[in-house]
Design a protein around this ligand. Sequence first.
Ligand code: MCA
Ligand code: AMP
Length: 508
Amino acid sequence: MANHLLDGLMANAQPEHVFARLPDGRTYTYQDVVDVSARFANRLVALGVQPGDRVAVQVPKSIEAVTLYLGTVRAGAVFLPLNTAYTPSEIEYFLGNATPSVFVCDPKDAGSYTDLAARLGVHLETMGVWKSHGESAGTLADAALEASAAFADIDRGPDDLAAILYTSGTTGRSKGAMLTHDNLLSNAVVLKDLWRFTADDVLLHALPVFHTHGLFVATNTIMRAGAGMVFLSGFNNDQVIHYLPECTAMMGVPTFYTRLLDDPRFTKELVSHMRLFVSGSAPLLAETHVEFEARTGHRILERYGMTETNMNTSNPYDGDRRAGTVGFPLPGVDLRVCDPDTGKPVPDGEIGMIEVRGPNVFAGYWQMPEKTKEEFRDDGFFITGDLGKIDADGYVHIVGRGKDLIISGGYNIYPKEIELLLDEQDGVLESAVIGVPHPDFGEGVVGVIVPLKQAHVEEASIMEAIKDKIARFKQPKKLYVVDELPRNTMGKVQKNILRDRYAGTFAS
Ligand code: MCA
Ligand code: AMP
């Protein structure tokens, strides 16, 4: 045996070829990838990490964070990346649930995690952004530099776990999606071929590396192609516009594209050499697609995926990239649209629940066999929670969500989690959280609160009270205090009425 994911990802890598170029001038070759990931693997093993152990990581974006993922996989362990915006109270749940043997945090957060790690018996390490001038970038970084660059990869097969990524849950509790070596590799192999990546490509990478999009869709596909990246710490127009001339492809969430279109420096000339723009994680408005083509001559290629499934569909590379659709099922992926109640496929053109099956589909939720069973059909199809249809030409359209989910700037936010928190606050009887159109993030979070009788509730005090409890991007950007919530005859809150009522909240 060998290490299925690592071997597959590195199959086309040439040691001297540049994997990543950083704005500070550093370049990172594939040989560096091999060496640094070996150092991490050696260090993790020295810390007692065993095959199958989880290594949880909440660190600022850096190329070393990507090599730590590879080092973890080489050590036979399971990489568990966490959003840098999560607060310590959110992190406590992930560490308690996933029981990692090591947790790597930002050096500046170490003080907030020392007690928690000790209480949970998790070994705490730190890693920040590595500097070119030899300044310490944390305990793990320092120790890795001392470790050997030779490592015999731990054998791992296609069905062994490579990563766990938490997705927010409809009940408010997050579920850990278990992704195998082959879930990740099979998707990278398909995307590299479908989107025609070769060693000559340079991807503009401005996505975070703690989610599927930036970590797997972007970096795995690039690695599989033996290609390179300009690796930015995040998205901002100045840097992106500066580096686009050196790149051939870009992947982003719709917010990236609307922000670029708002910038007069983003011109046809700037991107005339580009080969490909990919969008996903949230719906790309048809008008953005049309405006992008009018401005640049490029048709954005929209694709559709989930944390649990990696990528499921893509618009064609050569054929017609249709605005408002997510294209065709990827090679090897079966996709059907079913009646959500009976599970029977509906005729083409009719709306139903999207279900998928294939080598990309995850192995289940970490330690939640019942939840896993509920979300799979007996014949192996995963119920995505997305409502869609297949048109006469075979294009898949996503028309809505069966799950109560807000997607803001490409981040998923489950209203239930926020409602539970709002309900706990002094003076609050109940609440409802909705997503309404937002000019920058697509959807913006709005909270609607009903106070207890005689209680006086103010937006500012509620916002202050929840400040450290949940990640900033999940917090309502506007709170309304009302006397009662609209309900149907069954007593269920009518969120559609609230969404209509507050639709203009963020009107620009
Ligand atoms: C930042 N803020 C947000 C968001 N991002 N609020 C709502 N939604 C957001 N997405 C808030 C901050 O808390 C802050 O609030 C203010 O906005 C400015 O923050 P800043 O950090 O400056 O924002 P930014 O750097 O401009 O970030 C916006 C962004 C970023 C670039 C759109 O959110 C981003 O990179 N999103 C990509 C997410 C992603 O990779 N998703 C893929 C998931 P305040 O000022 O009030 O403190 S994977 C997935 O979905 C599947 C598998 C798939 O198909 O890909
Ligand atoms: P996540 O749980 O972060 O992996 O988000 C997955 C969800 O993002 C999917 O279930 C969809 O609802 C949504 N999504 C991803 N790509 C697209 C897209 N191109 N269009 C519409 N929704 C999308």
